[in-house]
Structures are given as structure tokens and as C-alpha cells.
Design a binder for this molecule. Sequence first.
Ligand SMILES: *Cc1c(COP(=O)(O)O)cnc(C)c1O
Length: 229
Amino acid sequence: MTTIADRISIAQSQIAQAAQNCSRNSEEVTLLAVSKTKPISDIIAAYEAGQRCFGENYVQEGEEKVIALKQDYADIEWHFIGPLQSNKSRIVAEHFDWMHTVSREKIAKRLNDQRPATKAPLQICIQVNISNEDTKSGLQASEINALANAISQLPNLTLRGLMAIPTATDDINVQKAEFTKLQALYHQLQNDYPTVDTLSMGMSNDLTVAIAHGSTMVRIGTAIFGSRK
Ligand SMILES: *Cc1c(COP(=O)(O)O)cnc(C)c1O
């Protein structure tokens, strides 16, 4: 039976291989372990295998985990990657280090106002709806500039980059087309904002293509922790 430690090491070698294929340094790509719905013991197992960045999707569940682990595992970096209703923004502002799914100025302002003064600024990615599906969250490419400008003026937030959940497909041409668009948007944003250094895209089934198109953070859940109920 493979362990969580084995699967992290497999994911790390896939990242290293993908980086090597496109002549990038694998240290440019962070593995975000998506631990949603999984027990704290799984997070500890991953931590003991060297994993430090964890992604959670549900506010309440995430809050519980952060509180439970903050004493003994203080160097975990917590990333919120799920949809967020504005009435729950305080929980993210108070407990997380990163927030990947900002797509409205109203949420950005609330996160800024609710971020405790004792904490470093909340690290922000703007979620882009790259597949243009109505059902997906995220904003349209044409709306990125206005939101980036608003975020850059909020002192308790730091704009770090873009996040996207592309169309779920095994069609490599569709994957490539969407990642190409994202990479161009990311480069444009980097030109305008010096704090931007993060392109959060790529999951288990499209990690290689994502890394070839400049991803700096891949989000992997099932391949590390097993399937969810
Ligand atoms: C759940 C989730 C992932 C990880 O998905 P897996 O299929 O379990 O690897 C990545 N990104 C986001 C935004 C998610 O919600």
C-alpha cells in the first residue's frame, strides 16, 4: 500500500519531470496539497513527509484545522481555494495565509478590513474564469485589471497572481489553449504589479501542461490523500 509520504514524493517527481521537460527549475513550482474533507491525521502525515502548503475549500472545516494545528505545526502555510460567500470572509481573513479565489472587489475590501493587524497581509490570487462557462466562478479576463488595481491599494492584502480551474477535459489541445491564455494574462499582470509571482493552475491530470505554460503552483488532492466521499 502506498502511503501519503509515497504519494507526495511521486507528485514531487512529476513536478520535477515536468519542469525539466520545459527547462524550468522545479523550485519555481510549489506543490499545494489539497486536504479538503480529509482528517487532521492526514495533514500531519503529509507534514511529516515535508509538505508545508495545504489548500482547503470549506471555511468552517478549514478554520477548525488551522486552529487545531497552529501550535505544533506553526510553519504550515494555509491556502483557501474554495468559493467564499461574503458573510464568511472574516474566517478566511483571520485564519488563512493565502486566498486564491477573489473575484469581486467587495470581498477584497472585506478581507482587507477583517485582516488582523498582527498578521502579515493576506496573499491574494484573482480567480479567472478561463473556460467562460457560466457555472464556473471567477471573473472574465477583461475584468482583471480593475480588480487588481483595487487590491493593490488595500494595505492588508498583497496581490500575488492568478488562479484558474480550467475545463475538466483530457483533450490536450483544450488544456493548452486555456493555459496559454492564462499565461499571457499572468505576464501582463506581472508587468503592472511587481508583487505578482504566482500562477496557480494545474491539478493531477493536467500538471505537465500547466507547468509547461508557466504554472508556479499546482493544486493536488486526490493523488496525495486518496479519493473523497
Ligand atoms: C479539490 C480541488 C483541487 C484538487 O482536486 P483533486 O482532483 O482532488 O486533485 C484543486 N483545486 C481546487 C480549486 C479544488 O477545489
